[in-house]
Ligand binder design. Structure first.
Ligand code: 5GP
Length: 194
């Protein structure tokens, strides 16, 4: 039985290297939990083909992004590989007030900003089974130029190093279903106070 109804306003921060499968895991976790809200970030990154505005991200201009920063509308924001990403504050705070389990899929820089605001946040870092696997997954996505992919891979090592300090939970995405099960278990256990 899914039993998250009476667990009040937990924030779950999910990070991990680009291409590790965080978005897929988060979407699957959302299906498994009740009373859950998956935050939709704003970004200045161009939309790629299968993505839907307002569903995967809110795709906005740099000017709009800056206006949101100036008005204090973002809970956290970061420059990730040359594009800006941020978490809209109002939706997240509203969902927390409503007692929802709120999932933020954000990078390590953003997690460092969000954590002091939500000290009890459940911190999960998703790891690839091997670096080779990460390269293959990035290849399959085929979204970016080789230089950008290289930059992302270099970023991956420093993200993974930082993760040992900041994230209580590490989940290896070798098998999607297993990774989802582990995340659900972590969230339920943390919500139960263990
Ligand atoms: P992608 O462009 O591959 O969708 O995302 C690139 C990176 O930006 C990923 O590590 C993702 O977790 C991160 N990201 C997505 N949304 C946000 C956000 O709102 N804030 C921060 N800090 N990082 C984000």
């Amino acid at each position: 039985m899914k039993d998250t109804e009476n667990k009040k306003g937990k924030v779950v921060i999910v990070s991990g290297p680009s291409g590790v499968g965080k978005s897929t895991i988060c979407k699957e976790v959302v299906k498994r939990l009740d009373n859950v809200y998956l935050s939709i970030s704003v970004t200045t990154r161009p939309k790629s083909e299968p993505e839907v505005d307002g569903q995967d991200y809110w795709f906005i201009s740099e000017q709009e992004f800056q206006e949101r920063i100036d008005k204090g509308l973002l809970l956290e924001h970061a420059d990730v590989f040359g594009h800006l990403y941020g978490t809209p504050r109002d939706k997240v705070e509203e969902a927390v007030r409503e007692g929802k389990t709120v999932i933020l899929e954000i990078d390590v820089q953003g997690a460092k900003q969000a954590k002091p605001r939500f000290p009890d946040a459940i911190m999960i870092f998703i790891l690839p089974p091997t670096e080779k696997d990460l390269v293959e997954r990035m290849d399959r996505r085929g979204r970016e130029a080789v230089e950008v992919a290289e930059e992302r891979l270099n970023g991956a090592s420093s993200e993974i190093a930082a993760a040992w300090q900041y994230y209580k939970h590490m989940v290896i995405n070798e098998d999607l279903q297993q990774a989802v099960d582990e995340c659900v278990q972590i969230i339920e256990d943390s919500s139960n106070g263990s």
